[in-house]
Design a protein around this ligand. Structure first.
Ligand code: FES
Length: 278
């Protein structure tokens, strides 16, 4: 049943649960967390299975938070491929209606950047709610009973890497937001850019280096992408690749806060960074 339809005509967006819409020519599998490693391979396997049907112009994967590539970025790839109607399938568990509602909104905002030419988009319910998933678990249990499962044991060593017992020596710390709203504004790519810049400046190691880590939502989503730089506790907002370069060079190397991107804690910002602007 259609749950919601919003402003058709400007890249119309609607949401349907477990109902494949006729005329879909692109499928976008939307994971919740980072696509690195095995999670990325799993998503790609799912995408391959959909591609193998041969029914779609393109089949892509995107990530809601803590990774690459974001929903708006992959919607753009689908549109560039000529898609007129994109089906977005949230590949995660739980009835996180507020997250899916917000992601639908992010998709709609992206469509507005394309004006009247934007493709139509349809969101399904999350895969985790689909009844066929229960059947898959029952089948996996049956296969395990048939000894097709993998046992636990036979490790060459039970020792973990020694580095996991060492506190990183860097005196400066950066917490980079990878929440869903910052991710939709390109935080995943900016984090990679930050690491490259730190590497270029020789700041990845030693006491004078920078220890960077990803976090979930830091709260001021309207000002994203955001990050906090310690020990000063400077909030940097509205980040871009150029801003990252300046912060690394002028602040982390030169010792001067880049005021243009720094925001004062506790103050309501009258000019939030416009969503979809980056
Ligand atoms: S998602 Fe980054 S501040 Fe909320």
């Amino acid at each position: 049943m259609t749950e919601r339809a919003k402003e058709p005509g400007v890249g119309s967006l609607e949401r349907r649960d477990h109902m494949l819409s006729a005329g879909v020519d692109a499928v976008l599998l939307l994971g919740r967390y980072g696509h690195q490693g095995a999670a990325g391979e799993g998503m790609e396997l799912l995408a391959e299975a959909v591609r193998a049907t041969g029914r779609y112009l393109t089949v892509r994967t995107a990530i809601a938070e803590r990774g690459l590539a974001s929903l708006p970025e992959e919607l753009e790839v689908c549109a560039q491929a000529g898609a007129q109607k994109i089906l977005v399938i949230p590949v995660f568990f739980g009835r996180d209606r507020s997250l899916i509602h917000w992601l639908s909104k992010a998709a709609y905002r992206w469509s507005r950047t394309r004006g009247e030419q934007g493709p139509e988009m349809v969101f399904t319910g999350a895969i985790g709610e689909h009844p066929v998933l229960g059947e898959a678990v029952v089948r996996a249990v049956a296969e395990a009973e048939g000894e097709a499962s993998v046992g636990v044991g036979d490790f060459e060593s039970l020792e973990d890497p020694a580095a996991w017992s060492v506190i990183p020596p860097q005196e400066r710390h950066v917490l980079a937001c990878m929440g869903p709203r910052c991710t939709s504004r390109g935080a995943g790519g900016l984090y990679v850019h930050l690491f490259k810049r730190l590497h270029k400046r020789g700041l990845l190691r030693g006491r004078s280096g920078v220890h960077a880590a990803q976090t979930g939502c830091l709260s001021p989503c309207n000002l994203g992408p955001t990050m906090i730089a310690y020990p000063e506790g400077v909030w940097y907002c509205g980040l871009t690749a150029e801003a990252i370069d300046r912060i690394v060079d002028e602040h982390f190397v030169g010792g001067r806060v880049v005021e243009e991107y720094a925001r004062e804690p506790g103050r309501h910002d009258e000019q939030p960074v416009p969503e979809g602007a980056r």
